[in-house]
Design a protein around this ligand. Structure first.
Ligand code: G6P
Length: 615
């Protein structure tokens, strides 16, 4: 899951490539490289480490070039060294890659036998040599025609996943791309064409995008592009417009993207609700929600597949979808689901939840469900993403671009979209009377302003963070919908601050984790006044009786909880429907401030990537 970019046009300097790569750094950040093609030949600079290391070498690149490519890497084959950084060169061909070439060993042996020397440990270098080899075999046509034909032949020999950006010293005004399995978009502006792993890299240059599909090769020139299949059949598809803006991708005065994005919970929720609730008629607008074409009334069950934070949003939605729509909901980790025996049919709705819309496991899970006859729905945040492309219907979460690697506002938007979907199902299945439906809609529209109030807790949580930064381990507990929130809080803490954290359904405490409780263990207890409150408070008493330290998150006027807890975070008064949105905010802030205190890399935690396009 690397980030790739490419440019062809009147001329771009090294800073263009660096800036575009910065927008993709969320995809991987262990090494990077840029290649620029000028009449004097190709200039390549690569560096180990983050983009700031490559930035130190920019003055070695030409001031401007009409064609160029760039790459930011998340290592799969070969350590994150300069030597393994992309692009890789073979004769006149310079190539970079996002994905994995699964049959690289066999190809490497063949190419080595044919005299090719390998300078890196990557699977990608195989593709560069293979393309070069195929290029040399083409005997007729212009260099451009020969390269196209060589590319068609090379990609058909590759197994695995790839999005390639390719330049060639023999074709100084053309950029080539090919895709199978890894995301790739093409952008078009006046006299310039671009390619990238995601629209975020290009939004400051164009809003006109075309999503490249699997088995497609693209030839980009300044004044236009042409697309063909791996078999050489021409493909024609219109560009579409994306409404994201550059300011949405800036820090806007915040110290980190993550803090900005936590503060965007309310707007992410509001935008996701916008246009989907018709308060006058008391109905959910199915067309705006993107589900008008799905047979919601005839479904027998729902399966939700997702990874990471998206999985916790899905787990949370099980509670309210089952409650309101009276339909069984199973929630699966996509990485497990894709290898299980499928039991879906046309009355099963399989929902893929994904911020990026690119996660490889989620994509495969939903593809397999569709192939087995299920109705499929993508709940994604990035418009035009691959998962959306592969589902019958798409429901956007509308959180706007999320840059921090740890997902925050997208979680809030996902829970909102899934809530709306639960109500849409209830509406079509007639499981809630009109009064019930209207009451819940009224609740949903209150959420953004209440969450805004909860953000006021930031300062006090910053102070609390001092107390917890030395902890080596924390437990999180919650019951009912607060259990998935606890899971989300513990994931956020471990990924940002590298402190071990685990979450349990509070009722499970006595089945094992209670053995961990002593005076060194802090338990973050989620206990808003909900239907499970008394039971959760009993669990808190059990922890206290064993000397554990309690950090309680509850309703702000809960004197009893305040008394029980060592530390207390009080969320504003709200109904049970709204509580999970409210308790999420302090947990995101707690993880953020502890990480800041510890001095870890908040927006790009070690070993992680935002979009995981490898298995
Ligand atoms: C990665 C990210 C997480 C994210 C997960 C699923 O692990 O670091 O923040 O929750 O992928 O990503 P998706 O884009 O499918 O929601």
């Amino acid at each position: 899951m690397c980030g790739v970019i490419g440019y062809v046009g009147g001329g771009a300097g090294p800073s263009f490539f660096l800036n575009a790569l910065r927008r993709l750094e969320y995809r991987g950040y262990d090494s990077a490289g840029i290649a620029m093609l000028t009449p004097d030949g190709v200039a390549i600079e690569r560096a180990e480490g983050k983009l700031s290391q490559l930035e130190k070498k920019l003055d070695k690149l030409p001031a401007s070039a009409k064609v160029g490519i760039g790459h930011t890497r998340w290592a799969t084959h070969g350590k994150p060294t300069e030597n393994n950084a992309h692009p890789h060169r073979s004769g006149p061909i310079v190539l970079l890659h996002n994905g994995i070439i699964e049959n690289y060993r066999q190809l490497k042996e063949d190419l080595t036998a044919r005299g090719y020397k390998f300078l890196s440990e990557t699977d990608t270098e195989v593709a560069a040599h293979l393309l070069h080899d195929e290029y040399l075999r083409q005997k007729s046509g212009s260099p451009e025609e020969r390269l196209r034909s060589a590319l068609r032949s090379a990609v058909r020999q590759l197994k695995g996943a790839f999005a390639f950006g390719i330049i060639c010293t023999d074709t100084p005004e053309t950029l080539f791309a090919a895709k199978l399995g890894s995301p790739l978009v093409i952008g078009q502006a006046d006299g310039e064409s671009y390619m990238a792993s995601g629209i975020t890299a290009l939004v400051e240059h164009t809003r006109q995008f075309l999503v490249v599909e699997d088995h497609e090769i693209v030839m980009l020139k300044p004044d236009g592009i042409s697309v063909e299949s791996f078999e050489g059949k021409p493909v024609s598809r219109p560009f579409s417009k994306v409404e994201w803006s550059v300011s949405m991708m800036e820090k806007g005065g915040y110290r980190h993207f993550m803090l900005k994005e936590i503060h965007e919970h309310p707007i992410a929720i509001a935008q996701t609700l916008n246009g989907r609730i018709e308060r006058d008629s008391g109905r959910i607008n199915l067309a705006d929600l993107g589900v008008a074409k799905l047979p919601l009334g005839n479904l027998q069950r729902v399966q939700i597949v997702a990874c990471g934070t998206s999985y916790y949003a899905a787990l949370l939605s099980k509670y309210f979808i089952e409650n309101h729509a009276k339909i069984p909901v199973e929630v699966d980790l996509a990485s497990e689901y894709r290898y299980r025996t499928s039991t879906v049919n046309a009355q099963t709705l399989v929902i893929a939840v994904s911020q990026s819309g690119e996660t490889a496991d989620t994509l495969q899970a939903v593809k397999s469900a569709r192939a087995n006859g299920a109705q499929t729905l993508a709940v994604v945040n990035v418009p035009g993403s691959t998962i959306a492309h592969n589902c019958h219907a798409e429901s956007l979460t509308k959180a706007g671009p999320e840059i921090g690697v740890a997902s925050t506002k997208a979680f809030a938007a996902q829970v909102t979209a899934l809530y709306l979907l639960g109500l849409a199902l209830a509406q079509e299945r007639q499981t809630l009377g009109q009064a019930g439906l209207s009451m819940l809609m009224d609740e949903l529209v209150k959420i953004p302003s209440l969450v805004e109030k909860a953000l006021g807790l930031s300062e006090s949580i910053e102070k609390l963070a001092n107390r917890y930064q030395q902890n080596t381990s924390l437990l999180f507990i919650g019951r009912g919908p607060q259990w998935p929130v606890a899971l989300e809080g513990s994931l956020k803490l471990k990924e940002l601050s590298y402190i071990h954290a685990e979450a349990y359904a509070a009722g499970e405490l006595k089945h094992g984790p209670i053995a961990l409780i002593d005076e060194n263990m802090t338990v973050v207890c989620l206990a808003p006044r909900d239907s499970y409150y008394e039971k959760t408070v009993s669990n808190i008493e059990e922890i206290k009786a064993r000397g554990g330290r309690i950090l309680a998150v509850g309703q702000e006027n809960d004197a009893h909880l305040l008394d029980l807890a060592d530390d207390f975070i009080g969320i504003p008064e709200c109904s049970e429907t709204i509580q999970p949105f409210m308790t999420t905010v302090p947990l995101h802030l707690l993880a953020y401030w502890i990480a800041v205190r510890k001095g870890t890399d908040v927006d790009q935690p070690r070993n992680l990537a935002k979009s995981v396009t490898v298995e």
